[in-house]
Design a protein around this ligand. Structure first.
Ligand SMILES: N[C@@H](CCC(=O)N[C@@H](CS)C(=O)NCC(=O)O)C(=O)O
Length: 203
């Protein structure tokens, strides 16, 4: 297998790298130069018609995209430690929170990056007011997560899962582009400090 990757700060390939690190597994990787336009060149479009990373190439030449789909596949190859839960209800809750983290935190972060950040201004016709308007959505989602984390140590219960990986990578990317967590939010900040201490967070 081979992982088509992009280095930090790209959040989605990092989700797969953290996932692998938690499993104690490693894969050959090839970096794709996002800013250099490599994602949309025919060579990468042949791997993923949407021209994104991460993309996993299997040994038979099959390509798999979408971070969570890749991680689910890797979970079946490396079941320990489980990062998608161990019971139907745990797995469903992890799916629920992963989706919510992607939509509630990931979407405003992505829209701010595309429409308000000076780096992307060079590549995209931006709608700055719309981009900036995503700060409020990001802050609202952070407040919601702070309330969720008032009753547990991790995004779903007390075990580290793909939902934590998804939130960690989006919070770190958001911070990198200038979307900082609002003041207060002690539960979310304590969670962030806790998961950032895991060796996998360096991946
Ligand atoms: N839903 C996809 C999103 C992947 C994604 O947006 N990857 C970014 C890098 S972090 C990318 O390839 N962006 C370029 C583009 O979308 O054109 C996933 O989770 O894998």
């Amino acid at each position: 297998m081979k992982l088509y990757n992009a280095p930090a700060p790209a959040p989605n390939p990092r989700r797969v790298r953290i996932f692998l690190a938690e499993k104690g597994a490693s894969l050959p990787m090839q970096d794709i130069n996002i800013m250099g336009g490599e994602l949309k060149k025919p060579e990468h479009l042949a791997r993923d018609p949407l021209g994104q990373v991460p993309t996993l190439e299997l040994d038979d030449g099959t390509f798999l995209s979408e971070t969570v789909a890749i991680c689910r596949y890797l979970e079946s190859l490396y079941p320990d430690p489980p990062l998608f839960g161990t019971t139907p209800l745990e797995t469903a809750r992890i799916d629920m929170m992963t989706r919510r983290v992607e939509f509630q935190m990931g979407t405003p972060t992505g829209m701010f990056w595309v429409h308000a950040h000076p780096i992307t201004a060079a590549f995209i016709k931006q709608h700055k007011d719309f981009g900036e308007s995503n700060r409020a959505n990001f802050d609202r989602a952070a407040g919601w997560l702070d309330r969720e984390l008032s009753t547990r140590s991790h995004v779903v219960g007390d075990a580290f899962t793909i939902a934590d990986i998804s939130l960690l990578t989006v919070v770190d990317f958001a911070n990198w582009i200038g979307l900082n967590l609002p003041e207060g939010l002690t539960n979310l900040r304590a969670w962030h400090a806790r998961v950032s201490e895991r060796p996998s967070a360096k991946a």
